[in-house]
Design a protein around this ligand. Structure first.
Ligand code: PXP
Length: 242
């Protein structure tokens, strides 16, 4: 299975919004990502619009050649918006206004009745739905139950952990990816990945896609965005080949 790279461009917008105005432009970042070999663009339209804004999504949809993966809160309002936007895929994430980034996965097991109709509505609109979850068996079983074709495993605890903790978290990711395959779910992963953490995750053979943002945008300050993405792609390919 080939491993796709989705580049998350949220933090290009964070930088732009720090000053107002139009620079740096997330659409330009998406174009550069396409040149550098990204397979898709991910953008999180948060309810508070703190980084990506509605106009960014409109421009990405109109001008970009790569598939758009829209990250969004699992609410009826955001579902209406997604049906209107028509991204290639929608990744449902937990969202709290006070958080700095997406902390923890979606509690699918605890919200089966609430999530099932939202997922059906997105699927009926031909949007491929993924659920951002912790690498946890109960959440995977619930994801299968609510009818999502894709899950994205949260790699935050693995990236933040050190030594034995990181090793244990990697094992959780490996076990979860194997269970996703047993359930027939397409499996993605992401959050917090960088050059020093991507290899062991990319080596999990049943993963189909990694979504990476903050590290790449940060590294672009030093290497340029195109080179940062090229190096990430190379690291992923090398890890897969081993
Ligand atoms: N995947 C999901 C579902 C996310 O919410 C995020 C963060 O927006 C990412 C991947 C990318 O995480 P990072 O920016 O830490 O690479």
């Amino acid at each position: 299975m080939t491993l796709r790279l989705g580049v998350n461009i949220d933090h290009v917008a964070t930088l732009r919004n720090a000053r107002g105005g139009r620079h740096p432009d997330p659409l330009r970042a998406a174009m550069i990502a396409a040149e550098a070999g990204a397979d898709g663009i991910t953008a999180h339209l948060r309810e508070d619009r703190r980084h990506i804004r509605d106009l960014d999504i409109e421009r990405l949809k109109a001008r970009m050649t790569l598939p758009l993966n829209l990250e969004m809160a699992a609410t009826p309002e955001m579902t209406d918006l997604a049906v209107h936007i028509q991204p290639h895929a929608a990744c449902l994430v937990p969202e709290r206004r006070e958080e700095r980034t997406t902390e923890g996965g979606l509690d699918v097991a605890g919200q089966i009745d609430r999530l099932t109709p939202l997922i059906a509505r997105l699927s009926d609109a031909k949007i491929r739905v993924s659920l951002f979850i912790e690498p946890d068996r109960a959440q995977l079983d619930a994801a299968s139950k609510v009818g999502a074709p894709v899950v994205e495993l949260h790699t935050g605890a693995y990236c933040d952990g050190e030594g034995a903790v990181r090793h244990r978290e990697l094992l959780r990711l490996q076990i979860a990816a194997a269970h996703a395959a047993e359930l027939g779910l397409e499996c993605h992963a992401g959050h917090g990945l960088g050059f020093d953490t991507v290899g062991p995750v990319a080596a999990i053979s049943t993963l189909a896609e990694l979504n990476i943002g903050h590290f790449l945008i940060g590294e672009a300050v030093f290497l340029g965005l195109e080179e940062a993405i090229r190096r990430m792609r190379r690291a992923m390919t090398e890890a897969r080949g081993r």
